[in-house]
Design a binder for this molecule. Sequence first.
Ligand code: LRH
Ligand code: MN
Length: 432
Amino acid sequence: MAEQIRISDEQVAENNQLHLPGLEEDYAALGRTLARQSIDIGEITERARAFEIAVPSWGVGTGGTRFARFPGIGEPRNVYEKLQDCAVIQQLSRCTPRVSPHFPWDRVDDFTELREYADALGLGWDSINSNTFQDQPGQSLSYKFGSLTHTDAATREQAVKHNIQCIEWGRQLGSDCLTVWVGDGANHPGQQHFQRAFERYLDSGRAIYAALPDDWEMHIEHKMFEPAFYATVIQDWGSNLLAAMELGEKAKSLVDLGHHAPNTNIEMIVSRLIQFRKLGGFHFNDSKYGDDDLDSGSIHPYQQFLIFNELVDAQHRRQAGFGPRYLLDQSHNVTDPVESLVNSALEVQRSYVKALLVNREALDHHQENNDAIMASNTLKAAFNTDVSPILAMARYQQQGAIDPIGSYRAAGYRARVAKLRPASGHSGSGIV
Ligand code: LRH
Ligand code: MN
């Protein structure tokens, strides 16, 4: 079990004192501005405090590409050290109370011990991610030509068994959701029979679905390409939704923002999944070209806002069956992962809070009257509002950091863990 290392609450409180006078001034000013729009800043801040997004355990290590990975100092070497870093992210942001693990990357011999360790850090567990996109040492059947959709029944069964094992490990940790992403597909036209492959996916999916405890969900994640570069079995939201509808009520669709063709209207996909009560959740990140897994809101902040506009609209309309999960899924190749994850959690929270400011009655009116300019301006008025004082006040009111990156750097956390976590020396390549 790793030695616990934290940032002291005193250090955060000390740094907050530097920023509090300015925050109180900015917060009061924004409060007056919003009051003129009949918006109560206190109520918005309360909803900001309730916002939660899960952190990916695989995101706290330095990420890489197929070309190379350049590990930073103090890399977490096991799930315990990953949890330490996740606890710091929660301490500073106060909106990331749960971790989403990935198996077998986070596998341990004693899950009770792991759960107790996370409890002691004030962390819970979100969706469990299975992995049948890599062959593990000693694995009898390879996933080179697929896993849940492999033409060989024994290989499919091996992949189904792994997912069922992940459910069991998740149950021991107190999770209630399994996320299934498979890279299964083809690199050459003709290599795969599309319908037979999808039928094999559904058969395997039914076997996994049958093993779900009553209160669990199964989230299906689609992706346009990579590792398959011609066809991917669950390639887009259409195949995803069909599979989720076919499998049953506990199966829902997960939207990873980076898994779409450039310029895809993701907010409309979100609206469709909400309408048909099949929106399970999100993997937030950003991208300019492919599945770049860049920091959320760093490239397309308006798109992320428009996605939350659909989510807040559904909440506002009390849409039946609405309750998506929010998770980050990013790869940090050139930044300190803790800093990127803190920033990204807050940028997603920012999109949510801006969407809360949209005047929904006015928007509905302009939409029904085909007044495109006023409809667009109604959205832009919310998007152009700097809600930073609300986000900072929400953190401060929960003993988080008004200036998270400033507090983190002042505490010298990375340098301290680097002393405790000697570099493994191997850089290699690959996403983690
Ligand atoms: C696939 C994916 C999936 C994870 C993996 C780490 O690209 O988005 O969600 O299992 O990244
Ligand atoms: Mn993902």
